[in-house]
Design a protein around this ligand. Structure first.
Ligand code: CTP
Ligand code: CA
Length: 225
């Protein structure tokens, strides 16, 4: 690792990554979830640690091995992730929000297992807080990197999220492409920058995508000092 990154260019920097999906309880045995595996976020955490960063990984449920040398904080729901991220935000220099946060949660988690008494079942959902939006409102010196998972209008939607959430860069992910997105070892992404520049990356491993994202972050840090 020291051969790959002889300068350890993230030494002295604190980087927070969120990874995997959240689970929103329906009753004691069921939850609302999504297909995120955590692979992209864990690859980012590992690659940042290899560059010398002090890494905090805030992870939804995931069976992936925790890379050595990083601090992991496990959460389950979007509300728990929200609290964990806000607790550390002021102390970090860089945040990468790779987690797939549930947009809605059941309004009430039933205390007992829901029995199959009716022919249909309607769940009432309420909106979760947008963690990244809150960080964008609070940010001072931090670099804020988001992800956008889209099935259409990739660049337009990603640019809108970058603006609305006050991000420094957004990683736009067309999850309909073969080789991109949830639970794969590869990804195909476009990096959308604040100045409107869009860089399309070829299909490659999530480790390689992580290295390129960190290259961009290192360049942004250099330009801002
Ligand atoms: N995000 C977040 N908190 C939420 C929802 C999303 O922090 N409650 C973050 C994700 O971690 C990601 C970015 O916002 O970095 C974009 O997530 P995405 O689901 O693509 O966008 P949304 O803003 O949720 O909009 P929509 O799902 O309607 O496209
Ligand atoms: Ca969403």
């Amino acid at each position: 690792l020291s051969i790959l990154h002889p300068r350890r260019e993230l030494a002295g920097k604190r980087l927070l990554v969120t990874a995997a999906g959240t689970r929103e309880p329906i009753d004691p045995v069921r939850y609302l979830g999504n297909r995120s595996s955590g692979k992209m976020g864990y690859a980012l955490a590992q690659a940042a640690a290899a560059r010398g960063a002090e890494v905090i990984l805030i992870s939804g449920p995931s069976g992936l091995p925790v890379p050595p040398g990083i601090t992991i904080k496990r959460v389950e729901t979007a509300a728990e992730m929200h609290n964990a991220v806000l607790a550390d935000f002021d102390a970090v220099d860089i945040v990468i929000k790779a987690a797939a946060v549930a947009d809605y949660r059941p309004e009430l988690a039933a205390e007992q297992k829901i029995k199959k008494t009716g022919d249909t079942l309607t769940l009432s959902l309420v909106k979760n807080p947008d963690i990244l939006y809150d960080l964008g409102q609070r940010k001072k010196r931090q670099l804020l990197i988001g992800f956008a998972a889209e099935t259409e209008g990739l660049i337009e939607h990603a640019q809108e999220k970058l603006r609305k959430k006050n991000l420094d860069m957004i990683v736009a992910n067309d999850v309909t492409l073969p080789g991109a997105g949830f639970n794969l070892d590869t990804n195909i992404v476009k990096l959308v920058h604040r100045n409107g520049m869009v860089e399309a990356l070829p299909l490659q491993s999530k480790q390689q995508v992580a290295e390129i994202i960190l290259d961009k972050i290192c360049a942004m840090l250099t330009n801002s000092t």
